[in-house]
Ligand binder design. Structure first.
Ligand code: MG
Length: 385
């Protein structure tokens, strides 16, 4: 999209707040496109293939991984951005990076690592995504991290505690001043939610953890399920599932675009700075769909994320995380040599919290299968390497 086609409130790469280490502008790409390419070429991005949100990676090849989830988020976000005349490249970039800091084993892994890190400043996955792109990726000769634009980093840091925000300088300021990120970052956030609610219905049904009758308690599902069945009475169960879910996604996207458009116009924002100064996000659903979407989320929490089978697996995952953390923290020499060196260096600067942070970085970077394998290597005496 040429810059002239963009709305005045869109993020403009030519007017970026820049990178932490100044670089020559790219020859053929915009600054945001360069960020996107750096993310796609990162090791953390490739590891998304073997990380999960709800299901553990080895449970089946049919389920979403964080990588396919990320691609769905990017695709929804780009459609929304294009419809609103906003910057599609920045939306895609933020979407592709949004889960880079996630631990193995989804929410359970993240909670467990946060618990382990409680005495040492805690663990927040959004902040970890920023650490990945700012520090942990290490392959450029001139700087640590990927040296991304401010707008990309601002979008990646969706949430942050006040204590951490105060340490982060410019990118943490909005959590202290309660201002907003770009509309593109807000879209990536909404697209994340649309993507996971819907693919979790799909994966939940395929895994046999949910059934259609039960899902019909959710008005948003029942309405689209009735419409699809009315239109194609001969559908097989697979088609029924897919036609219902795609219609829900469509409804959510159209509602998001329509209501965001009205809010953007009403706020009269004519620049990214004006967007940032708003007291509340401008990207969002209308009231009706917002409330239906909340019911869907509540349903998924009670029936899928707390399902007996998921709960048992997640309990095991939490124990694996705790074992790994305690063992590696007690003896950092058990980590690969570069992490051991890093733990020593950080400990010399920040004491125990420094050592713990390196252990958390090492564990957070693991995929599901690597974490399980590492656990076996450390605890099973029959494993020799
Ligand atoms: Mg996500």
């Amino acid at each position: 999209m040429s810059p002239s086609a963009l709305a005045a409130c869109a993020a403009d790469p030519a007017r970026s707040r820049g990178r932490r280490h100044p670089e020559e502008p790219p020859a053929l790409r915009s600054e945001f496109q360069r960020d996107r390419d750096r993310i796609v070429h990162s090791a953390a991005f490739r590891r998304l293939e073997y990380k999960t949100q709800v299901f553990v990676n080895h449970e089946g090849d049919l389920f979403r991984t964080r990588l396919t989830h990320t691609l769905e988020v990017a695709q929804i976000a780009r459609s929304v951005a294009r419809s609103l005349g906003l910057n599609e490249d920045l939306c895609e970039t933020v979407s592709l990076a949004h889960d880079l800091g996630h631990t193995p084993f989804g929410h359970a892994g993240q909670d467990a690592l946060n618990e382990c890190m409680k005495p040492h400043g805690g663990f927040e996955h959004n902040l970890q995504s920023l650490r990945v792109v700012d520090e942990l990726e290490d392959k450029y000769a001139r700087f640590r991290g990927l040296n991304l634009c401010f707008e990309t980093r601002e979008g990646i840091l969706k949430h942050c505690s006040l204590a951490n925000a105060r340490q982060l300088g410019e990118v943490g300021r909005r959590f202290i001043e309660r201002t907003q990120p770009s509309l593109e970052a807000q879209i990536a956030n909404a697209a994340d939610e649309i993507a996971y609610n819907n693919h979790d219905i799909d994966d939940g049904l395929r895994a046999g953890l949910l059934d259609i009758e039960q899902l019909r308690q959710v008005p948003l599902f029942a309405r689209h399920h009735d419409a699809a069945r009315g239109r194609w009475p001969q559908m097989n169960p697979k088609q029924e599932r897919h036609e219902t879910i795609r219609a829900i996604i469509n409804t959510l996207v159209l509602d998001l675009v329509a209501h965001s458009q009205v809010r953007i116009a009403a706020a009269g924002v004519d620049s990214l700075e004006a967007v940032r100064a708003q007291a509340a996000p401008l990207i969002g659903f209308g009231e009706g769909v917002e409330s239906e979407n909340r019911k869907l989320k509540g349903f998924l929490r009670d029936n899928l994320y707390l399902h007996h089978r998921v709960y048992r697996m997640m309990t095991k995952a939490r124990r694996v995380m705790r074992d790994l953390f305690d063992t590696l923290y007690a003896d950092p020499r058990l980590m690969p040599p570069q992490f051991y060196a890093d733990a020593q260096l950080r400990e010399s600067h920040h004491g125990a919290a420094g050592r713990a942070r390196t252990v958390a970085d090492y564990i957070a970077g693991m995929t599901d299968r690597y974490a399980l394998d590492e656990h076996e290597r450390l605890f099973d005496p029959r494993r020799l390497k």
